[in-house]
Design a protein around this ligand. Structure first.
Ligand SMILES: Nc1ncnc2c1ncn2[C@@H]1O[C@H](COP(=O)(O)OP(=O)(O)OP(=O)(O)O)[C@@H](O)[C@H]1O
Length: 396
């Protein structure tokens, strides 16, 4: 079964226009004018159970809006959406029992009470039987080394400690899908690594599906085999991380360490005729060859090895994901060549991403319908936990 099945999903927000001056304010009193912002523009993707998928994009690309629709906090303007076999904003009560959510920048824990008391409250919200809760809590506490933190109020925890508690809170009811929105934001590398290892483990051992939104591409490298990349509300890439790297990195670097000082001319001579290959001397004994993807590595390597007598070491470096993604965004993907290249990938990625589902089954909902209180930290927590579908009031 598909964990997540999204088809032509769209979300528009109406944003109030404020007219200038007193006259404008008076006019606003009688007749409001609105601008429409389309945060998510008819996106489609499917995530099979047990996958860890990275959901990335620049600020304002539409990631959080998607996650909020997937978790039932926001009602889509149109499109179909099935998560865990439910339409998130409809079958709230049953739906929330199967999902876990961590919004890295917001807490789902109550600030002033002990961590354990927050967990107890969540146990009641999710209706987890006490014995099951104890067993699960002990296991999670041990894995994330929360022991002595359990009785402290959340406000006294460090960010790293709080984030470990947030993860436990999202997993207490043993959800089969976890949505993580920036789970490692602001954490030091030790805690980041711990959290990544923990996520890998629950995915491996329990088959938990994870959708991960992050600006930290190291998270993606460490965890995700698949990446969905958004730009201005549209999916511009959906496929494997390796494929993204190999298609998008322009080339790779081979660094050679020689036994004696190399000459730039001699090195250039060795790769003569291999178009695009460039050499730089790094220091007395090392030189780096930059080679575009079109040039066969073994041919270039063969020429250097065959033409020099004393190679001590060779290092191959791929362009890393950070560089690639930065380049995709800075090239203005929606407006040039890059977009075409990426949409080709997207087609390939969709095939790879899993079997086509039976479709969402959710009737398109009117974007403006069902507005209610949300937006506050507690509001969002309550929405996710308690299963009250609601919609964020557009911001003025
Ligand atoms: N409640 C809202 N009312 C009006 N506009 C909104 C609302 N929520 C989001 N938007 C707009 O929708 C667009 C997408 O926002 P979203 O928060 O989904 O982006 P994001 O990719 O999560 O960005 P970030 O990485 O900064 O969190 C932005 O232009 C944002 O201003």
């Amino acid at each position: 079964m598909l964990a997540i099945d999204v088809k032509d999903l769209r979300k528009q927000f109406q944003v109030q226009k404020n007219r200038e001056g007193l006259g404008g304010a008076l006019k606003d009193l009688f007749k409001r004018e609105y601008n429409e912002i389309t945060a998510v523009k008819d996106i489609s993707f499917q995530i099979p159970q047990g996958e860890i998928c990275g959901y990335i994009g620049e600020n304002g690309a539409g990631k959080s809006t998607t996650i909020k629709m997937l978790t039932g906090i926001l009602v889509p303007t149109s499109g179909h959406l099935m998560v865990n076999g439910f339409v998130p904003y409809k079958d709230r009560e049953k739906f929330v029992r199967g999902i876990g959510v961590v919004f890295g920048q917001r807490s789902q824990l109550w600030w002033d009470i002990g961590v354990i008391e927050s967990f107890q409250l969540l146990r009641k919200v999710y209706r987890v039987p006490e014995t099951e809760f104890r067993k699960r809590l002990d296991e999670l506490v041990e894995r994330l080394q929360l022991g002595e933190l359990l009785n402290r109020p959340v406000r006294k925890l460090s960010l790293g400690q709080r984030m470990r508690c947030e993860l436990v809170a999202s997993l207490l009811h043993n959800p089969s899908i976890v949505f993580l929105d920036e789970p490692t934001i602001g954490l030091d590398i030790v805690v980041k690594t711990e959290i990544r290892e923990f996520l890998k483990k629950i995915n491996r051992e329990q088959g938990t599906t994870i959708l991960l939104t992050t600006h930290d591409l190291q998270d993606i490298e460490a965890l995700c085999s698949r990446v969905i990349m958004l730009d201005d509300g549209r999916i511009i890439y959906d496929g494997g991380l390796e494929e993204l790297k190999s298609r998008w990195s322009k080339g790779r670097e081979l660094q050679f360490q020689f036994g004696e000082q190399p000459s730039l001319d001699a090195l250039r001579g060795l790769t003569d005729g291999l178009s695009g290959v460039e050499w730089t001397i790094d220091n007395e004994l090392t030189a780096t060859m930059w080679l575009p993807h079109e040039v066969n590595v073994s041919e270039a390597l063969g020429r250097v090895v065959g033409g020099t007598s004393d190679i001590r070491d060779i290092k191959i470096t791929e362009t890393n994901t950070d560089d690639i993604v930065r380049e995709i965004y800075s090239s203005g993907s929606a407006s040039n060549d890059a977009a075409a290249k990426l949409s080709q990938n997207a087609a390939g990625g969709a095939e790879q991403g899993g079997t086509a589902g039976a479709g969402g089954g959710a009737a398109p909902a009117a974007g403006g319908a069902g507005k209610g209180e949300a937006g506050t930290r507690a509001g969002e927590r309550a929405l996710v936990a308690a299963g009250t579908a609601s919609e964020k009031e557009p911001e003025a």
